[in-house]
Design a protein around this ligand. Structure first.
Ligand code: ADP
Ligand code: MG
Length: 236
C-alpha cells in the first residue's frame, strides 16, 4: 500500500530483527499517562506499528474503531493502550465494577492478551483478570466480581454475565472485540449478540480483525457507533 512506503527504511530495520513493521511514530508522543508510558518502556516498546499509529489516537479521543490488519501487526497494543487510558482518565477503582472487557476467540489468545496487559499495565492500580473456562465457575466467580478489566472468551464471558451473582457490566466503559473474524468463524455470532445485549449502549467499542468481510461488518454494525475504520494493507 501507499502508506507503507513512508516508513520503509524503519520497517526493514524492524523486520531484520524479526519484529513487526514499525513506523516513525513514537509511543511517547501520544497523549497518554506516564504510567502507561513506563509500562511500554518496561516492555521495550518505543515506536508504533501502522495499526497502532492509526487506531490509538482516534480511540484515545473516544471514537469507536473498526481496525483491520494482518496477524503480527501489533493489534494488541492498539486496543490495550486505549483501554488503560480510558479507565485511568475515569479514575476507575476496584469499587466501580467492570470497566473494560476484551473478548478474544480462544483461551490461548486471551491469555496472551492478559499477559501483555499485565506488563504494560503494571504501573496502574487497576485489577485485571482472565476468564476462559478450564477452572471451576465458582472459583472464577469470586474473582470476576472484583475485576476492573477482564479478558475473556465469548462463551465464558456470557456465562458469567448470566450466572455469576454480583457480576454485571452495567457501567462498562469500553469493550474490545479482538479477532472478530475468528470469533464468528467459531460460531459465536449469537453469543456476541447476547453479550452486546447486556452491555450499556453508552460505551466505547473497539473491534479488530484480520479481515473485515461481510459478517464482521454485520457484527460491527451491531456493536459500533460511527466507527473510524482503519485498514492496514501490507504488500508482504
Ligand atoms: P496481532 O494481534 O496483530 O497479531 P500482536 O499484538 O500479537 O499482533 O503483536 C505481534 C508481535 O509484535 C508481538 O510479539 C508484540 O510484542 C510485537 N509488537 C507489537 N507492537 C510492537 C511495537 N510497537 N514495537 C515492537 N514490537 C511490537
Ligand atoms: Mg492479536
Amino acid at each position: 500500500g501507499k502508506s507503507r512506503a513512508k516508513a520503509k527504511s524503519s520497517e526493514d530495520g524492524a523486520k531484520a530483527k524479526g519484529g513487526p513493521a514499525l513506523t516513525g511514530s513514537f509511543f511517547k508522543d501520544l497523549p497518554i499517562s506516564k504510567r502507561t508510558l513506563r509500562g511500554l518502556q518496561a516492555s521495550k516498546y518505543v515506536k508504533m506499528t501502522e495499526i497502532q499509529s492509526g487506531a490509538i489516537p482516534p480511540a484515545l479521543f473516544g471514537r469507536d474503531i473498526m481496525g483491520e490488519a494482518r496477524t503480527g501487526s501489533g493489534k494488541t497494543l492498539a486496543f490495550l493502550i486505549p483501554v488503560l487510558e480510558r479507565l485511568y482518565r475515569s479514575r476507575w477503582s476496584n469499587l466501580d465494577g467492570l470497566g473494560a472487557a476484551i473478548v478474544s476467540p480462544t483461551r490461548e489468545l486471551a491469555y496472551q492478551i492478559f499477559q501483555v496487559l499485565s506488563n504494560i499495565g503494571q504501573e496502574h492500580e487497576l485489577s485485571a483478570g482472565c476468564i476462559v473456562g478450564g477452572r471451576s465457575l465458582e472459583e472464577e466467580q469470586n474473582a470476576v466480581a472484583t475485576m476492573s478489566m477482564l479478558v475473556a472468551t465469548p462463551g465464558r464471558f456470557l456465562q458469567h454475565l448470566d450466572e455469576s451473582p454480583g457480576f454485571e457490566a452495567a457501567s462498562l466503559l469500553i469493550l474490545v472485540i479482538d479477532e472478530a473474524d475468528r470469533i464468528l468463524d467459531f460460531g459465536f455470532q449469537e453469543t456476541m449478540q447476547n453479550i452486546l445485549g447486556q452491555l450499556p449502549g453508552e460505551r466505547q467499542t473497539l473491534l479488530f480483525s484480520a479481515t473485515l468481510h461481510g459478517s464482521v461488518h454485520r457484527l460491527g454494525r451491531a456493536a459500533l457507533r460511527s466507527p473510524e475504520v482503519i485498514s492496514v494493507h501490507h504488500d508482504a
